[in-house]
Design a protein around this ligand. Sequence first.
Ligand code: E4P
Length: 215
Amino acid sequence: MKIFLDTANIEDIKKANSWGIIDGVTTNPSLIAKEGKDFKEVVEEICSIVDGPISAEVISEDAEGMIKEARELVKIHKNIVIKIPMTSEGIKAVKTLTAEDIKTNVTLIFSANQALLAAKAGASYVSPFVGRLDDQGEDGMQLIEEIMQIFSMYDVATEVIVASIRSPLHAKLSAMLGADISTIPMSVLQKMFNHTQTDLGIKKFLADWEKVPKK
Ligand code: E4P
């Protein structure tokens, strides 16, 4: 499973990228707003750090506006993927952008039917939001299972990005379901490294090492 970092924070992106396990980055308007910097500048900087797909979201609500924004955003870098909300206008824009070889990531997916429609329009990626479904008492991972089943039956080329990840368990279950990508916030990624037995094990090895006679 590929791992994308779900943030627009440059320091976090640099840090996670230095670990050598980051395949791409996803942003959204909320994540960009948190950084308090110019959108284009942030996206440019992310592209200069991570060599992989970088999702940048449009804010227009009509297809024409989305297409116009997308054509400008792809000029920033060859790795830009245009994030488009799951609406009928969004799907219309995806169809046009796909014909222009512009990569798209259809976001705010909350049902298997939405994922199916996005795939039919030629989306490069779909982003089902598991955490937000869990938040309202539904089972986010069940949605991933459904989408993976449908996409594998019909040999769909669209890749599934599990989004709105809240815990290491979400990441593990995504991998177990064969999701193509998980986009993970820095706080969750850091937790994925940890196990109390690893910490205890290192402590014990180092303590025992002190007992080794040194010449
Ligand atoms: C990424 O593509 C999504 O925008 C992001 O994962 C949403 O996460 P949230 O539900 O924690 O805001």
